[in-house]
Design a protein around this ligand. Structure first.
Ligand SMILES: NC(=O)c1ccc[n+]([C@@H]2O[C@H](COP(=O)([O-])OP(=O)(O)OC[C@H]3O[C@@H](n4cnc5c(N)ncnc54)[C@H](OP(=O)(O)O)[C@@H]3O)[C@@H](O)[C@H]2O)c1
Length: 218
């Protein structure tokens, strides 16, 4: 059975992807930040492990098993005002650490566990596309995902073996972060994300796709 580790699986899209992969027969470990999150992961068919993406020791302590998929999903939307001119150093630090720097550090720490032909995937956002940014909406969050995309490309440039590295946009999805007006449900997005990942197993290279498998501009 293929194996996956999802960083940030307590709720929303991470939990939805865990349920989708477990339903397809995968063995999936999902991380949660608090003991209370374990029940949701286990009910969805996975095994829970405690980790915070911003805590390197907790990442290094995750079960050392070979992976067909390492999926870094954890993310936050940042301060409610979303405005670069108003943001404090603390707000910027927390947002960029969680959304950009810590996911890359976690990927680098766990990369050796990804099998030959496996996939490393990051949950980014279409809002992180610099080329596509004509609306200016959610500017701080967008910049944090653009930083994640840039750091992902740096990681790919320095890989010492061929690997599929996917930057994935889930669509605008009804979760705590996406809100109730989003057009997509978690199940539809998770199904599309799983199909997109499976389509790229064993295909080294990096790309930016949405949940339907459509390529997005960097
Ligand atoms: N929903 C959308 O429309 C949308 C669109 C584009 C991209 N995304 C991206 O998709 C990902 C998931 O979003 P979502 O909509 O499912 O949001 P969500 O419902 O708010 O869930 C966020 C998940 O990230 C985890 N997380 C946050 N900070 C973490 C940390 N420091 N360490 C470990 N886990 C952490 C949360 O864990 P806790 O329960 O412990 O807080 C939770 O499991 C994010 O990267 C987000 O930026 C979402």
């Amino acid at each position: 059975m293929p194996t996956a580790l999802i960083i940030g699986a307590s709720r929303g899209l991470g939990l939805g992807l865990l349920r989708e992969l477990a339903g397809r027969g995968w063995t999936v470990t999902g991380t949660v930040r608090a003991e209370a999150g374990r029940a949701a992961v286990e009910a969805a068919g996975g095994t829970a492990a405690l980790a915070d993406v911003t805590n390197p020791a907790s990442i290094a302590a995750l079960p050392d098993t070979p992976l067909d998929l390492l999926f870094i999903n954890a993310g936050v939307s940042g301060p409610e005002h979303g405005d670069a001119a108003q943001a404090t150093a603390q707000e910027v630090g927390a947002l960029f650490t969680t959304n950009a720097v810590a996911p890359i550090a976690a990927a680098r720490a766990l990369l050796g566990r990804v099998k030959e032909g496996g996939v490393l995937a990051f949950m980014t956002s279409r809002l992180g596309s610099v080329a596509d940014n004509t609306s200016g909406q959610m500017e701080l969050y967008s910049a944090s995902k653009a930083a994640l995309n840039s750091l992902t490309r740096s990681l790919v440039a320095k890989l010492d073996r061929p690997l599929a590295v996917l930057s994935l946009h889930p669509g605008w999805v009804r979760t705590d972060m996406g809100g109730g007006s989003a057009p997509l449900d978690v199940e539809t997005s998770a199904r599309g994300l799983a199909d997109t990942i499976l389509a790229h197993r064993g295909e080294p290279g990096s790309a930016f796709y949405d949940y339907s498998g459509a390529a997005l501009p960097w």
